[in-house]
Design a protein around this ligand. Structure first.
Ligand code: GDP
Length: 449
């Protein structure tokens, strides 16, 4: 595909030692050459760096290094020139203005990666993994993003597509060439076990994706408990540790995530911390409605009890409110006693004030949400909600194919559902994706990526 030439600063705004400006497109060498004093870039070798100056007519704008990547061996597969200039926004903006004046256009968010995708250099899952790499905050997130960038998810999906296509192809041969004796006739009875096998395979991938999704997106967590059990103390002890990432996102999103805590590589996204911090207490003064809402929004509830006194009615009420939720029951103030023991329920005993026992909390979160085995192996794991949604669609289409086959409808009717399954898989990799989806997806990328 032939596109115009785009330019953007790839480094973040603000003062820094250097900035990197990326120019990609058919005319990138010609355009930068007009403002570069040094090597004649039209004769530059690929993957080479040149020293020189960016000039606005006779005026020197900056002393720079220019790196040339010739098509097709570049990130976008187009000719790319990268200009490494001095830091600060002013110089970079001057250079970008010159490039635009000479025929370039300011890139949209994610447009470089979009081109890499449109030009076939990356599939959609690989392109999406680049944003995950940029956003990674833990080594586990990095590992999953890197594996996706390597094409592990792509291969997993292509493998499923091959399985679906195999069945479709056999049905087609039967429909088109019924006279072929050497081709086994595809009947519903032959198709049924094949579809069943595929559904099982997708089920396994979906089950494993729970771990991937938790690693990628974190766990929305709420801390609840009656007044004075130590909720604020727990929150503060968690957030005081160096590894805590306190984002304090103020805003109006529906489920407000106010702080993030990196619990041994798993991000706990703490919601409704305002409820905890308020002196009027969440449960008794603000009312149970808000607690219920917070519980509903959370993936995980940390229910704090006070080990220095007996179980109260409020405790019992909270225990029953959360009984169908992923929850961890925490017995705080263990330094003052262990008065509470619950039948059939495990209590993690800690002292929030003295920072005792919080490591057991990490083990419990992992036990509930993570299949560690999957992370220790070099294993393809789906983590992106969009991919998970499409896999669920695929599974649904296969289940429809299965029930059609079981009711012995003509085999070409079964094929319709199989084709739907195949299409959903193609939407994961971008093979069958709409322009709208592609635009929306890349617009979420940052400028210069
Ligand atoms: P909240 O109302 O649930 O947020 O409770 P706070 O975190 O404000 O704690 C209430 C009181 O219990 C404070 O005086 C804390 O210092 C105290 N506290 C919290 N955790 C512990 C603990 O592990 N041991 C002891 N002895 N006191 C604690």
């Amino acid at each position: 595909m032939i596109f115009d030439t785009i330019v953007a600063k790839t480094t973040a705004n603000g003062t820094s030692a250097i900035n990197l400006i990326r120019v990609s497109g058919n005319d990138s060498l010609e355009i930068v050459n007009k403002i570069f004093q040094g090597k004649n870039l039209e004769k530059a070798l690929s993957h080479s760096a040149y020293y020189g100056h960016i000039m606005d007519k006779e005026n020197t704008i900056d002393e720079v290094m220019v790196t040339v990547f010739r098509s097709p061996k570049s990130f976008t597969t187009e000719d790319i020139v990268e200009i490494t200039c001095h830091g600060g926004n002013f110089i970079a903006n001057e250079i970008i203005k010159l490039i635009i004046a000479n025929g370039g256009r300011l890139a949209e968010n994610g447009e470089f990666t979009k081109r890499a995708y449109l030009n076939g250099r990356l599939d959609l899952t690989e392109a999406e993994s680049i944003m995950d790499l940029v956003n990674a905050k833990t080594s586990k997130q990095l590992k999953i993003a890197n594996s996706q960038l390597k094409g592990d998810v792509l291969r997993l999906i292509e493998n499923l597509q091959d399985d679906v296509l195999d069945i479709i192809a056999n049905i087609e041969v039967n429909i088109d060439y019924p006279e072929y004796d050497d081709v086994e006739e595809m009947t519903n009875d032959i198709v049924i076990p094949n579809i069943n096998y595929l559904i099982k395979k997708i089920d396994k991938i979906l089950k494993e994706s729970n771990t991937g999704q938790v690693i990628r997106d974190g766990i929305k967590t709420v801390i609840i408990g009656k007044p004075n059990v130590g909720k604020s103390s727990l929150l503060n002890t968690l957030l005081k540790e160096d590894k805590a990432i306190v984002t304090e996102i103020s805003g109006t999103t529906r489920d407000l995530i106010e702080a993030e805590y990196n619990l041994d590589g798993i991000i706990l996204k703490l919601i409704d911390t305002a409820g905890i911090r308020q002196t009027e207490d969440l449960v008794e003064k603000i009312g149970i409605d808000r607690t219920k809402k917070a519980i509903d929004q959370a993936d995980l509830v940390l229910l704090v009890l006070d080990q220095s006194s007996n179980l109260t009615d409020t405790d019992k009420h909270l225990l029953s409110l959360t009984k169908n939720k992923a929850r961890i029951i925490i017995g705080n103030k263990i330094d003052l006693g262990t008065k509470i023991n619950l039948k059939d329920e495990h209590i993690i005993n800690i002292s929030a004030k003295n920072n005792v026992g919080l490591d057991k909390l990490a083990d419990e979160v992992k036990r509930l949400f993570i299949d560690e085995k999957l992370l220790s192996e070099d294993y393809a794991i789906i983590s992106n909600l969009r991919h998970i949604g499409k896999l669920e669609e695929t599974k649904l289409a296969l289940e429809q194919a299965l029930s059609a086959a079981e009711t012995q409808v003509p085999i070409d009717m079964v094929e319709i559902d199989l084709r739907k399954a195949w299409t959903s898989l193609g939407e994961i990799t971008g093979e069958n994706s709409s322009d709208d989806l592609i635009s929306t997806l890349f617009s979420k990328f940052c400028l210069g990526k």
